[in-house]
Design a protein around this ligand. Structure first.
Ligand code: SF4
Ligand code: SF4
Length: 352
């Protein structure tokens, strides 16, 4: 059996070993913001977040799609001096390990991975993803009131991680590998792990059964895309538009929002430069503004509606997966108390 047992008290020891040959990314409270960031020792890891106190505010996407990233460099005399592929190769020199990703965040990365590969392979995203080992931390119950992961089918991913840690008692976790990289990692750090006993295995099955009982779907997502389309002209969009501040927070904290804009940073003598991509929000007025001054979503209500069309209509239709993982971050961090579940329920309740 490839699975192993690790004592909760040994998790810091494992992190301290992993930092020796990986860039380890884990939940922290750097600058008092719960986020995923690079740690140099277990002392920087916020273990309370791991055990589902709450999700880090900034999701895992920041590792694979940083908020600001150089996509190529150029000079006036030589043209492109460092291409996207060359930058990506440099990224690939580093081994990254994510420690403590929740099932919904793993699903979020899976969604982005598909989008960044389906019609065009994004070299930078792809290199970082390929070089990253993910150790997940299983959730056995809703982590907080805003979580609706079961509804969005994101709390039990079958792929996208290398090891899943599941608590089977107050002191023990079972580490179940899900890839060759995961199995190798358990072997390399073998002295920290123990063999699984029959009692441990039974406790694991019981924990999974409890998980199945704990998670309830809040509403069916089947048919949602068509219902949103049927209510394209609904007054519900306008109603929520009046409340929304168009601050964009919901898009930045969302694990599946990936829109970015590009800009050029030029040297002072204008001889060299770099093309940068940075996170953007479809709630901002300039987002759909094109050369010539035309704005495809000039009105706020169009922008408010667009995010729902993209997540709940376009992504499911185009990629055959949910565009929302139900993490609830957009609800938690919305200054206007807008709840995505309320919007969906009200849209569905409207008959034209
Ligand atoms: S966080 Fe809330 S107020 Fe801000 S853009 Fe999103 S829905 Fe609107
Ligand atoms: S839309 Fe909201 S609930 Fe859904 S994945 Fe994004 S932040 Fe999470």
């Amino acid at each position: 059996m490839y699975s192993k047992i690790i004592l909760q008290k040994d998790l810091p020891k494992l992190v301290d070993e992993l930092v020796n040959d990986h860039i380890v990314v884990a939940p922290t409270k750097a600058k008092n913001v719960p986020t995923f960031s690079e740690v140099r020792s277990s002392e920087e890891v916020e273990f309370s977040i791991l055990f589902n106190e709450k999700l880090p505010m900034i999701p895992l996407k920041k590792i694979f799609l940083p908020s600001q990233q150089t996509v190529f460099k150029y000079s006036l005399s030589e043209g492109v001096t460092e291409s996207c592929e060359e930058l990506a190769a440099r990224v690939a020199e580093k081994k990254i390990l994510v420690f403590g990703a929740s099932p919904c965040d793993i699903t979020g990365v899976n969604v982005l991975n598909r989008i960044f590969h389906e019609y065009y392979t994004d070299a930078l995203f792809s290199q970082i993803r390929d070089r990253t080992v993910i150790i997940g931390m299983n959730c056995l119950d809703h982590c907080y009131e805003n979580c609706f992961c079961e509804t969005m089918h994101s709390n039990d991913p079958k792929s996208g991680y290398d090891i899943m840690l599941t608590p089977i008692s107050k002191t023990k976790l079972i580490a179940v590998p899900n890839s060759d990289k995961g199995k190798a990692l358990l072997r390399t750090h073998g002295e920290i792990f123990q063999e699984v006993t029959t009692k441990d295995h039974q406790a694991y099955l019981k924990a999974l059964e409890q998980k199945r009982l704990n998670f309830k779907s809040e509403f069916p997502v089947e048919g949602l895309a068509s219902e949103i389309e049927d209510n394209f002209e609904s007054s519900v969009w306008e109603e929520f538009t009046k409340k929304c501040l168009f601050c964009g927070s919901c898009t930045f904290v969302c694990p599946t929002c990936y829109c970015f804009s590009t800009k050029d940073n030029l040297s002072i003598d204008l001889k060299t430069g770099e093309r940068i991509r940075d996170w953007d929000s479809c709630y901002y007025p300039e987002f759909a503004l094109v050369a010539g001054g035309h704005n495809f979503r000039e009105h706020q209500s169009q922008r408010f509606r667009y995010r729902y069309l993209h997540k709940f209509v376009d992504i499911p239709r185009r990629y055959n997966l949910e565009g929302c993982v139900g993490c609830g971050r957009c609800i938690t961090y919305c200054p206007a108390n807008i709840d995505v579940r309320d919007v969906l329920k009200m849209i569905r309740g409207v008959s034209n």
